[in-house]
Design a protein around this ligand. Structure first.
Ligand code: NAD
Length: 425
């Protein structure tokens, strides 16, 4: 019996409340007790810092930085750092909680965290970004640690930022501590396969779902929103497996080619045009960028940002299957529309967990002081993603619920059981 009375959701488009509304449904089905519910709902720690940074013109600018530790029940907390002007505490809280559920779904021994700095890295010089990253690291010296809290890249950050973070942390400790952060450059102890890992996991879970739906990859088409790390690697890997990628998009717009976009060409175009698809000539530019969500394809992969599938465009979606490469791309208010249309959604906390899985492999390799070959990284990651998909799929059949709620059930069950064994705090 459950004795939870969830607070009414005030704003389903607030990312934290959107996450909690799914959490509440799963908690009700599991019959989670009130004490554990309260523990899992509230982040363990929320840190806000002001970071004065000297800019190239000599002026000092103060940036706001965040780190939220949602849970350390399963182990040290893990989660990326986002550099974006839209970063705010509610978003970081939601992303931190998603990390807890994600690590639990794929059964790796980490809790969940997330960090962010409100800034626009596209308008900053390399030196300014480096000074900002080092200032953030210094402000988090008592938070980060290879056994405490292990950051990684997210939107707007990559191997460079992780290298500066690792260097600053190591200097303050007086020794090299490469396991304090993952997503590092290979020469600093990064893992082979980490860059493609999230896209690879999206591809593996997409193929697993297609198999259940009896969709033949070589007779299926897809559209992918976002052509950054996750979107472009997913596109390449799905194309290699015969899926026709009919539409891709990025911040510059959406591009459509019914014969299939040549992904190798799109990659080289992006890499020679300042990292964007602006002016891409391998497809027709759609008049409405939202067409990437509603175009005529079998499989839709949002791989850019939150809340892009919402109450306004969900009724127009034609795809039978959605695989969430991004975190939180579907607002909670769109769930009912999608479910009533019979569209299957492989949720973010399962579909994009390949990244944190290989981050975990990176941390393991750093601690063992050795490097795994790419083939071993990919094989182990694929196995974890397939097994996790099957676990979630079985629960969705058992309770006759969506894969999303099933994934939350798997995650909450694991974290709450661990909490009970640890005996509370
Ligand atoms: P990225 O910065 O490499 O790429 C983001 C892409 O989205 C870019 O192509 C950008 O132009 C595009 N974009 C931004 N706004 C857009 C819009 N309004 N319409 C269309 N395209 C838009 O970021 P990423 O690392 O690929 O992350 C993408 C998403 O995946 C985020 O939600 C992130 O949290 C999630 N994610 C990333 C990883 C990872 O390992 N990188 C792991 C798990 C989840």
């Amino acid at each position: 019996m459950s004795y939870i009375e969830p607070a009414p959701i005030q704003d389903k488009n607030n990312p934290f409340e959107s996450m909690m509304s799914r959490f509440d449904v799963a908690a009700q089905i599991l019959g989670l007790d009130q004490e554990t519910y309260n523990v899992l709902k509230n982040p363990a720690r929320q840190v806000i810092v002001s970071l004065p940074v000297t800019m190239d013109d000599g002026m000092v600018k103060v940036f706001e930085g965040f780190r939220v530790i949602h849970s350390t029940i399963l182990g040290p907390s893990k989660g990326g750092i986002r550099y974006d002007m839209a970063v705010n505490l509610d978003e970081v809280k939601a992303l931190a909680a998603w990390m807890t559920w994600k690590c639990a779904v794929v059964d790796i021994p980490y809790g969940g965290a997330k960090g962010g700095i409100r800034c626009n890295p596209r308008t900053m010089s390399k030196g300014e970004i480096e000074r900002l990253t080092r200032a953030y690291t210094l402000s988090m010296l008592d938070i980060f640690g290879p056994d405490r809290d292990i950051p990684a890249p997210d939107m707007g950050t990559g191997p460079n930022e992780m290298a500066w973070l690792m260097d600053e942390y190591s200097k303050s400790k007086g020794m090299t501590v490469n396991a304090v952060v993952t997503g590092k450059p290979l020469v600093l102890g990064g893992s082979l396969g980490r860059v493609e890992a999230t896209g690879r996991g999206v591809m593996v879970t997409a193929l697993s779902a297609m198999q259940k739906l009896r969709m033949n990859p070589s007779q299926s088409s897809c559209s992918i929103q976002g052509f950054g790390n996750v979107g472009s690697n997913t596109a390449k890997l799905l194309e290699e497996r015969g899926v026709k990628v009919k539409a891709i998009s990025d911040i510059s717009g959406a591009y459509w080619n019914p014969k299939g976009i040549d992904i190798s060409y799109a990659l080289s175009y992006r890499d020679t045009h300042n990292g964007t698809l602006e002016g891409f000539d391998g497809g027709d530019k759609m008049e409405d960028p939202d067409g990437i969500i509603t175009c005529e394809v079998d499989l839709l992969i949002p791989a850019a940002k939150e809340d892009v599938i919402n109450i306004h465009n969900a009724p127009k979606i034609k795809a039978k299957l959605i695989v969430e490469g991004a975190n939180g791309p579907t607002s909670a208010s769109a769930d009912d529309v999608i479910n009533s249309k019979g569209i299957i959604v492989v949720p973010d906390i399962l579909a994009n967990a390949g990244g944190v899985t290989v981050s975990y492999f990176e941390w393991v390799q750093n601690r063992l002081g050795l490097r795994w070959p790419l083939e071993r990284v990919n094989r182990r990651c694929d196995r974890i993603m397939k097994e996790s998909f099957e676990r979630v799929y079985a629960i969705s059949k058992q309770y006759n619920i969506s894969l999303r709620i099933a994934a939350y059930i798997v995650a909450i069950d694991k974290v709450s059981n661990t909490y009970k064994f640890r005996g509370g705090f």
